[in-house]
Design a protein around this ligand. Structure first.
Ligand SMILES: [Zn+2]
Length: 188
């Protein structure tokens, strides 16, 4: 026969177990709710990204090389249209740490923000990601006996630099870009 004390202890244990089970149930429900909310929250963003990722044909700029020659400086023309490379450690944005946006020097297509830039030892401005919206296109570059990924402005086709998979940040990417391919607009 249970004494009153034994009954009390038994009831207390039951109570603790019930409480623990209930707590777990509440936690699981909260987790599920949070997951659903996040999913609902993310859905429109993903759609926006999809919409932004397609550059319409009307946005793409096509000019003759002589038109580009008239618009760009000889140095810019060499890099952007003839796929040249500026000498390392010489570009005007290599050491820039100001807040702002980097756009294509030929057409103004916004490509990177200063938050995406990191200090690189390679000698060219380096970014770990690009502004969303497929603003940059890539192609395999087999010049100079190397296999590299060339990056170009998706709007005007201007050569920007190369993309490597050895970036030091969590993206693992290194967009190595010529300063001459960029225009920097400082945030006010
Ligand atoms: Zn461009």
């Amino acid at each position: 026969m249970q004494t009153v004390t034994e009954w009390w202890v038994y009831s207390y244990k039951e109570c603790v177990i019930s409480f623990t089970v209930m707590n777990r149930a509440v936690l699981i429900i909260l987790c599920l709710m949070s997951y659903s909310c996040n999913n609902f929250g993310q859905a429109p963003e993903t759609n926006q990204e999809k919409q932004a990722s397609t550059m319409s044909k009307s946005e793409i700029i096509t000019k003759t090389e002589s038109e580009w020659k008239a618009q760009l400086t000889p140095e810019q023309f060499n890099i952007l249209r003839e796929k040249g490379t500026e000498r390392p450690f010489t570009g005007k944005y290599y050491k820039t740490n100001d807040q702002g946006v980097y756009s294509c020097a030929a057409c103004g297509n916004e490509l990177f923000t200063s938050d995406m830039k990191f200090d690189s030892e390679c000698g060219w401005p380096s970014f770990d990601r690009e502004i969303l919206g497929n603003k940059i296109k890539t192609q395999v570059d087999t010049s100079h006996g190397m296999i590299r990924t060339e990056i170009m402005c998706a709007r005007c086709g201007g050569h920007l630099g190369h993309l490597f998979d050895d970036g030091p940040t969590e993206t693992g990417k290194r967009y190595c870009v010529n300063s001459l391919s960029l225009n920097f607009i400082k945030k006010k």
